[in-house]
Design a protein around this ligand. Structure first.
Ligand SMILES: [Zn+2]
Length: 301
């Protein structure tokens, strides 16, 4: 199964819409981190909104997007990093501190995403260009930890944009059944009438994961949530894929940054360092000889 991402224009080009089916991506993330249903729902929503923002905000392959969510809930810190492989394909890697967390369902039968993330803390979005070093940094306090509400607030506060945003992850005993989302941005010439129509359309629509589960196409979903039968496709076949570009060199730089004294202490106590990548769980081993070489060779130690 492939992920599907399509951009549309609605209400005679006055409203921009993006719809995403990230079922394949979220199932891959579940497998990589061996997630529980609770953490699948949390990381699935974060990965879906990250994919959305990557396709909204990243313009060049040297751009990258980091999202950090730190709430007072038991899942701890969540981090996602997106880049562009080419103008159609975003890459993502994501992790949370506690992959094994599992909470009881809420009274309405839904997974307790807000309970896992917490409603006290912050959401931080950093966009950066590796070549120009241009940097955007937006931070807001969390609203509910339910992710979609927090990002809606982020767009309203940091980007001064009225935005409707929905995220959903449906999990069953076999894994991720459906995952996806949509985002609706009224453009500057959108009318009050357009916005009222959209608000009514969203209020009358089913959750995004239900619509995907009923096998509605992204185009059908875009029509339903905008209340416009005459939407047009702006860009289709956009993609997102999981990619971790960690390497032993990167971990070596991390070890060097500990400084000579710290490495010396580790050498005396353990005689080695075993590390693991948070994003893909690849393991890196540094032997006694390698650490001794690092100390001798290190320009900053
Ligand atoms: Zn990795």
């Amino acid at each position: 199964m492939e992920n599907k991402i399509t951009k549309f224009l609605a209400h005679e080009k006055r409203v921009a819409v993006m719809c995403l089916d990230t079922t394949a991506l979220v199932e891959e993330i579940r497998k990589i981190h061996d997630l529980t249903p609770t953490t699948t729902a949390v990381l699935g929503r974060v990965a879906t909104v990250s994919s959305m923002m990557a396709h909204l905000n990243l313009k060049e392959t040297s751009d990258n997007l980091t999202i950090q969510i730190k709430g007072n809930g038991p899942i701890g810190t969540i981090v996602s990093i997106c880049e562009l492989e080419d103008l159609r394909t975003a890459t993502i890697k994501v992790y949370a501190d506690e992959n094994k967390l599992e909470l009881p369902l809420k009274e309405n039968g839904k997974i307790d995403v807000g309970g896992a993330v917490g409603n006290y803390g912050f959401l931080n979005v950093i966009r950066q260009n590796d070549i120009t070093n241009a940097k955007y940094n937006g931070i807001i306090p969390l609203v509910s930890g339910e992710i979609a509400e927090d990002f809606t607030e982020f767009f309203a506060k940091s980007e001064q944009k009225p935005t409707a945003l929905a995220l959903g992850v449906l999990v069953d005993k076999n894994g991720v059944k459906r995952a996806g989302g949509y985002i609706i941005n009224p453009l500057p010439d959108a009318t009050e009438e357009d916005i009222t129509k959209i608000e009514q359309a969203i209020a009358n629509s089913k959750p995004i994961s239900t619509m995907l589960d009923e096998n509605l196409s992204l185009e059908e979903i875009a029509k339903i949530v905008t209340g416009d039968e005459n939407i047009e496709v702006l860009k289709e076949n956009l993609q997102v894929k999981y990619k971790c570009n960690c390497s032993k060199d990167k971990f070596e730089r991390g070890i060097r940054s500990l400084g000579k004294d710290e490495i010396q202490t580790i050498l005396e106590e353990d005689g080695k360092i075993d590390t693991e990548c948070n994003f893909c769980h690849k393991k890196y081993h540094f032997s006694k000889e390698e650490l001794e070489f690092l100390i001798g060779d290190c320009p900053i130690c």
